[in-house]
Structure formats: C-alpha cells, structure tokens
Design a protein around this ligand. Structure first.
Ligand code: IPD
Ligand code: CA
Ligand code: CA
Length: 256
C-alpha cells in the first residue's frame, strides 16, 4: 500500500507545484486568515479519484470535502495541501499529507514536501524514511539546547488553550522556536532530528495522521499535553525525540 500512497502524494504534489506562483482563485473558510485555493481542491480531487479507482471500498476523511464513509476497516486521512497560507503568498513550504488507518490504527503515513521533493514515508513497524534514507529523531536531552517548532490555529486571536502563553514560555526555555506554516512538515523535521520537538494546541486529524506515525517510527514520542497517548482526533499534540518530552510537558503545563 505504501507505494500507492507515495504515488498519489507525488501526483498531488505535481499539481501543487504546477500551480505555485500562478493565478488561482482563493476563498475564505472561517475568517480572513483561513484560506482555501482552487489548488487545494484540485489536489484533493486527484487523491480521492485515485482512492476510488485503486481502493474503492475504503473510507476517506479529507480536509476540503469531509467524510466519505464506507463500511470498511480502512480510512484514508488526507490534507491535500498543508501550508495553504504559505502557498497562497508564494512561500515554498507546503506539503501533501496522507495517513491510512486500519481499524483506527495508523498503518501507513506519507508527507510530501513538494518544493524540496522530499518524500517522507512510514509503515507501522517498518521505520520512517525520507527519499529512502532511514530517519532517526535527535539525541539531545537538554531543552535549553533544543530547537522547537510549532503552529497556530486559525482562531489564534481568541488565544485558544493558552496558545500564546505556551509559545512565549518555550521561547524562554529553548534555544529557538520556529513557525514554518505546515504542521505535517514540522512533524517530519522532528522525525528527521532537525527539530527536537513540535507542539500545537489544536490540530486537525489530517494535519497529524501521517506525521504521528513518522515520529513514532523514527524513535520519537507523541502524546497530548498530559503525556497520554493520542489518536488523530485528540487536537492537542506534543511530538518529540522522547528525551525532551517531560521537560516540554512541564513547560506546556507551567502557564496554567
Ligand atoms: C495549517 C498548517 C499550520 C498549522 C495550522 C493548520 P492548512 O494547515 O498546518 O502550520 O499551524 O493549524 O491548520 O490550513 O495550511 O492545511
Ligand atoms: Ca493542514
Ligand atoms: Ca490543508
């Protein structure tokens, strides 16, 4: 199955690359910060058509068109373009994220970083890879020497879940904090050992389904802010190399 997921992620990535920097229509979803472009929809259509052809019995949960339920143990969880704000403004950091669940367990995850042509992939029990290279989380165990990454939900102006205080607290307790604008890429960089940890207060299933498996298969840890295991609907996510996890939990909970 992983080969098929990689194949369609690459195809969707091609659609996105072709549209980058061109004229495309843009609509607003919940507010002026929350965009969807015609390329998001085009990418999603291509992915769903592919699944319909190759795996017609499987269920699908996709960001732009929602739930396409079938009586199946398989569920494809799709973000057709993660990093839409970057894409719409000409910043070349965005991805396609596809996770496949079997009986509510993620068995396969693929994130395609389109402009870097970096294909991140993982199968449960089989390790995590980027363009065929095995991934390993970082070994750093000192939060003060950590470089972290995060993102903000589209309702950040209401500061949900103390998102702003938590961000400030990490700025004071780490080497640096980055905000790239594609949660799926953020999580892949944790799997790759570039960043030591990633957190976000309110993430959707399609943002994290593939990335969660990638980090776990690269030796990292993924929990909520209480240190408990999560599923893709949990919203809160802390993904780290495991070594700075408890320190990150302490910072996350120090602002309350
Ligand atoms: C968003 C990005 C962003 C994260 C947001 C997501 P979208 O996804 O992943 O980094 O902070 O929470 O909603 O809207 O570009 O697919
Ligand atoms: Ca997303
Ligand atoms: Ca998206």
């Amino acid at each position: 199955m992983i080969d098929k997921v990689v194949q369609i992620a690459k195809e969707a990535g091609g659609i996105i690359r072709d549209g980058f920097g061109k004229n495309f229509s843009v609509e607003y979803k919940t507010n002026l910060s929350n965009l969807v472009t015609e390329i998001d929809k085009k990418s999603e259509k291509a992915i769903i058509n592919f699944i319909r052809k190759e795996f017609p019995t499987h269920s699908v949960l996709a960001e732009e068109s929602g739930s396409h339920e079938k009586d199946s143990e398989y569920l494809w969880v799709i973000d057709p373009l993660d990093g839409t704000t970057n894409f719409a403004h000409g910043l070349p950091i965005f991805s396609v994220s596809i996770g496949v669940q079997k009986n509510n367990e993620i068995i396969c995850g693929v994130v395609y970083d389109v402009m870097r042509d970096a294909m991140y992939s993982a199968e449960i029990g089989g390790g995590a890879y980027c363009n065929g290279q095995r991934l390993q989380v970082s070994t750093n165990d000192d939060l003060e020497k950590s470089v972290l990454v995060t993102g903000f939900p589209y309702d950040i102006k209401n500061n949900p879940d103390h998102a702003i205080e938590r961000f400030v607290s990490f700025l004071k307790n780490s080497r640096a904090v980055r905000r790239l604008g594609s949660a799926a890429i953020d999580i892949c960089y944790v799997a790759e050992g570039v960043f030591d940890g990633f957190w976000e207060v309110h993430l959707n299933p399609w943002d994290m389904a593939a990335g969660k498996l990638l980090v776990e298969e690269a030796g990292g840890v993924v929990t909520n802010f209480s240190g408990e295991k999560i599923d893709i609907y949990s919203k809160q996510i802390l993904a780290s190399n495991g070594k700075v996890h408890s320190e990150m939990l302490r910072v996350l909970n120090s602002v309350l």
